[in-house]
Write a protein that binds this ligand. Structure first.
Ligand code: ISL
Ligand code: CA
Length: 537
């Protein structure tokens, strides 16, 4: 079987707000991305996923869209976007966009018009008249708290699973699907190579009845992965996506591998890949805000399960919603570099398409903020408020935020040791991590032993290895700190050995050293602290 182009791709995720600011307003922008295309080409990534760059009031940093076919002026213009697509294309880099269609901004013209009961836009959203002063149902939302808010004008309620400025679209109305089709066409005609589809398995609300009471997301049984959700995806695929050479990767929440197969098996003609969350939940108790000590074994077991059960995975260890992987699964103190490299080995040797999040290739760490004043994320602010109302002590509240806040991933990209890490010359929209004097791209580009150079070598290795790109995955061994698996294609096999601890560990195996984050020529049966080793069998 030959791979599709997106199966051979290495995708790099950009959070435009935090990438590079060129007009000195403290906010990253499209010209910033254009000016760093050579950096990305050097890294040998060949596809970029841009987090939302559409027009947006920015209540959820672009995940609240007010115009799907225009660019947020903070980021630039449509012609900047055209230029980006062209310039990237000349370097062999394709671009996928974030597609946020579960909800719009409350400033989207559709929503503004829908406030009028007689408007044809009324049924684009879920509106309910107030009967008893109480919300129409007991659902709780993704950002903690309520899912219904009142329009101050009419006193009517509308549904929002995320922030109140993100009203949910109503897919019971066929007109909504038609609108989405034309948005897809608009961008595909501009040369976009696909979409990362935001919370794509919660589009269809089967009913608005009360939900069974749960600790989180009461009501979710009414909208997670419903049959009609699959039908919507099939329609978008058949009527639009299949007419282009593009791919989709769907962010799917609360999903088992079995459900996931229904979204991605090629014969189902829905999505091409999905992002699952189970491996991101291996250091938490029930909800992400309650973190426990990270136990590598749980991560290994989860990865094995998904590798076995899906024919193809979208692999990631970081994104704009997750704390930095080196601080979370590695060691961001003494072993920062070596553990960041070991995590790179994991990401780039699993079966599937790897997604690297900006700054991961430098081993960037979680933020060093001291208090809520530095926090920008709407989710963190809402959860903090909720925790306060529940009388959770201040110290514990801050611990929750510090370990889990999405702002951990959103501090500005560390380009150099100049002021503000070379991200901007003016005050950035969110604080730069103080460790930029030590950890930055300018130094790592020249340093043959840097995390960045290691990523480059590993990406090149993967490109040239049919085993790593196409081979099957077999778990060979794991315990509380080591993970050993094999990739096999035809007669050839590569064994991957990962040590997730800061101690030397014995593990007997034969094979010749193909690649490692240590300087060694022979394998002597001992894995170094945080070693990531590839043996040619
Ligand atoms: O952060 C999370 C995972 O740990 C989730 O609760 C997250 O909100 C959920 O995965 C949905 O995320 C996506 O949609 C949100 C947006 O805020 C996120 O940035 C986006 O990735 C609403 O559009
Ligand atoms: Ca700017």
């Amino acid at each position: 079987m030959t791979n599709k182009w997106w199966q051979d791709a290495v995708v790099y995720q950009i959070y435009p707000r935090s990438f590079l600011d060129t007009n000195q307003d403290g906010i990253g922008d499209l010209p910033g991305i254009i000016s760093k295309l050579d950096y990305l080409k050097d890294l040998e990534v060949n596809c970029l996923w841009l987090c939302p760059v559409y027009r947006s009031p920015g209540k959820d940093n672009g995940y609240d869209i007010s115009d799907y076919t225009d660019i947020n002026p903070e980021f630039g213009t449509l012609s900047d976007m055209d230029l980006l697509i062209r310039e990237a294309g000349q370097r062999g880099i394709k671009i996928i966009m974030d597609l946020v269609i579960n909800h719009t901004s409350d400033q989207h013209p559709w929503f503004l018009k829908s406030k009028d009961k007689n408007s044809p836009y009324r049924d684009y959203y879920f509106w309910k008249e107030d009967t008893n002063g109480k919300p129409p149902n007991n659902w709780t939302g993704f950002f903690g708290g309520k899912t219904w808010s009142k329009d101050p004008g009419s006193g009517d309620w509308y549904l929002h699973l995320f922030a109140k400025e993100q009203p949910d679209l109503n897919y019971h109305n066929p007109a909504v699907i038609e609108e989405i089709k034309s948005i897809l066409k608009f961008w595909l005609d501009k040369g976009i190579a696909g979409f990362r589809c935001d919370v794509i398995n919660i589009l269809w609300k089967e009913s608005l009845n009360d939900g069974r009471k749960r600790l989180i997301l009461t009501g979710s049984e009414h909208y997670i992965s419903k049959q009609r959700n699959h039908d919507i995806l099939k329609t978008l695929r058949k009527d639009v996506l299949d007419l282009y050479d593009c791919f989709t990767v769907g962010e799917t929440v609360f999903i088992t591998p079995e459900d996931a197969r229904d979204f991605i098996l090629p014969e189902r003609k829905e999505l091409d890949m999905i992002f699952s969350f189970e491996h991101m939940e291996t250091d938490q108790i029930i909800v992400k805000w309650f973190k426990t000590k990270f136990k590598p074994k749980k991560l290994f077991q989860t990865l094995i399960k998904w590798q076995k059960e899906l024919p193809w995975n979208a692999n990631y260890l970081e994104n704009h919603d997750q704390p930095r992987s080196v601080s979370r699964f590695g060691n961001d103190g003494k072993h920062r570099e070596v553990s960041a490299k070991m995590l790179a080995v994991l990401l780039l040797t699993l079966r599937g398409t790897p997604f690297i999040y900006q700054g991961q290739e430098l081993g960037m760490t979680g933020f060093d903020f001291q208090s809520m004043e530095d926090i920008r994320d709407v989710e963190s602010i809402n959860i903090h408020r909720l925790a306060k109302s529940l009388h959770i002590p201040k110290k514990i509240r801050w611990q929750m935020i510090r370990r889990t806040s999405r702002d951990n991933a959103r501090t500005p990209f560390q380009w150099s040791d100049e002021n503000y890490a070379g991200f901007t010359k003016e005050t950035p929209w969110i604080k730069v991590n103080g460790n930029y004097k030590r950890i930055h791209a300018k130094e790592q580009i020249k340093n043959p032993d840097s995390v960045l150079t290691f990523y480059k070598k590993l990406i090149a290795l993967r490109k040239n290895s049919v085993v790593l790109r196409k081979g099957s995955f077999t778990s060979v061994y794991y315990d509380k700190n080591i993970f050993v698996y094999k990739r096999t294609y035809e007669e050839e096999s590569i064994l991957v050995l990962l040590n997730f601890s800061d101690r030397k560990i014995e593990y007997q195996s034969s094979g010749s050293v193909l690649f490692t984050n240590y300087k060694r020529e022979l394998y002597d049966g001992v894995l170094n602290p945080y070693e990531g080793l590839l043996l040619q069998l």
